[in-house]
Ligand binder design. Structure first.
Ligand code: FAD
Length: 429
């Protein structure tokens, strides 16, 4: 075991931060990434401007390594786009000599188990290496590791538009848009069309504001906004009281286009069916409301973790949130309108499977409130623990700006832990 590396799944911001911490602690590591380059999920929404400035989007260990090169640190207060995060931070990091041969691209993890042990076998389980099945160029290979950090994100597993949470028709997944489309670059597709946006998180707000610009130029464009919330105001967030100014501004801008009638809002709309006919899509709700003749449907209802490749591991997952049970009460959207999360690290992210961790946005399960800065602290603590520095693992420090947008709903007293607040891409219906 001693000579085996720690395997990190995903070369996104959190996976690469984990690798940087492992390097800093002289721990051998290997990153496997199914895409062709670092940050491949961010590139899918590369045109979107983040609402957290650069200073919150970079990891301390990664920065330390980059500062030993001729890398120019982006301005702390500027707001990057997804593409800029990749081009100005993740790519320079991933191309450093220390990562030579340490990131396997086009390599997808398909299963993880323990050597010679299925899930049932307990004897010497903790001392057995992990065996990671990966698919690369059509071939399946096995890798071994002493620990695994799964930072594979949730972006590739979008939530359906349907209120019951089931993708009723796989075909529909491909016919509808489940990303944040680059509307300005595809204006021909949207101009003078009827577009329905489903969802009320930040992804949906971005999409709506881009569509509003199309409508300004092409007034025949119709925008329908379908939300489960009874009151659309809830989707606007803290607006001017949000300490992350850009996130507040997104809410304010959306508030304005709704007030000005640019967007037709359908509240309390639980999508039951989507049918395609000659005149476009018909979207029906469980209580009989219908949106007719829709040309394009954009599903911005968030994403959920993929546990399919983890089925041979012993996980402990909250039944609703799908994070670890310790983390769930801090981020459960049923309890908080916005995540009110105290700093957390290795201990809160621990599973019964020794030395296996889920970090990054996937660690939040279905909760829509993750911020990169939270993930950076998670992997700092996890890596400290893996390398035997229990004291550093326990000393979790996370400074986040107060958002002023978090409304805590009545909840059992022990769940009302007030700490720092983070509101990520709150994408849900
Ligand atoms: C539109 C949008 C805006 C956001 N804005 C902000 C913001 O302003 N501030 C903020 O802090 N956060 C923001 N977030 C939230 C969050 O910080 C990002 O989603 C961030 O990318 C999460 O990083 P990650 O490393 O956990 O996951 P990802 O960036 O999703 O990286 C996961 C990586 O794993 C790879 N992968 C997946 N499955 C496998 C597999 N089986 N095998 C191998 N590789 C695999 C993927 O290809 C990907 O490269 C935003 C999110 C979205 C969607």
């Amino acid at each position: 075991m001693k000579n085996l590396p720690t395997l990190v799944i995903g070369a996104g911001p959190i996976g690469l931060a984990a690798a940087a911490h492992l390097y800093e602690r002289n721990e051998d590591f290997l990153v496997v990434e199914k895409g062709e380059r670092a940050g491949s999920n961010l590139l899918e929404w590369g045109h979107v401007q983040l609402f957290s400035p650069w200073q919150f989007n970079m990891n301390s260990a990664a920065k330390k390594i980059l500062h030993n090169t001729d890398w120019i640190e982006p301005e702390a207060d500027k707001l990057p786009t997804g593409k800029e995060i990749v081009e100005e931070y993740l790519e320079p990091l991933s191309k450093l000599p220390l990562f030579n041969g340490k990131i396997l691209y086009h390599t997808e993890v398909t299963a993880i188990t323990r050597k010679n042990k299925d899930k049932m076998k307990s004897t010497d389980r903790d001392e057995s290496p992990f065996v990671i099945y990966v698919k690369s160029k059509g071939q399946t290979k096995k890798l071994e590791a002493k620990a695994v950090i799964d930072a594979s994100g949730t972006w590739n597993n979008p939530n359906p538009p349907f209120a019951d949470g089931v993708w009723q028709d796989e075909d529909l997944k491909h016919r509808n848009i489940t990303t944040i489309p680059n509307i300005q670059a595809e204006i021909e597709k949207y101009k003078n069309k009827h577009i329905a946006v489903i969802g009320s998180g930040h992804s949906a707000l971005n999409t709506l504001n881009d569509l509003a610009q199309v409508k300004e130029l092409y007034p025949e464009t119709t925008i329908s906004w379908i939300v489960r919330k009874q009151q659309v105001q809830e989707a606007f967030g803290g607006e001017e009281s949000d300490a992350l100014e850009a996130r507040g501004a997104l809410g304010t801008k959306t508030h304005k286009i709704v007030d000005n009638g640019v967007v037709n809002v359908f509240t309390g709309f639980h999508v039951e069916e989507i049918e395609q006919g000659v005149k476009g899509f018909t979207v029906s709700s469980t209580n009989g409301a219908v949106v007719h003749e829709v040309d394009e449907i954009i599903v911005n209802t968030g994403a959920r973790p993929d546990f399919s490749f983890l089925s041979e591991l012993r996980l402990k997952v909250d039944p609703a949130v799908e994070s670890t049970p310790q983390l769930a009460p801090l981020i459960d959207p049923n309890l908080h309108s916005c995540g009110t999360v105290r700093p957390h690290g290795e201990e809160e992210l621990r599973h019964p499977e020794h030395n296996f961790y889920i970090a990054g946005v996937k660690s939040y399960g279905r909760a829509p409130t993750f911020l990169m800065t939270t993930g950076y602290e998670q992997v700092r603590s996890i890596v400290a623990y893996i390398s035997g520095d229990v004291e550093a693992a326990k000393k979790v420090e996370l400074k986040l700006t107060e958002t002023g947008v978090c409304k805590v709903n009545p909840a059992p007293k022990q769940l009302q832990i007030i700490g720092v607040s983070d509101c990520g891409d709150g994408s849900s219906g």
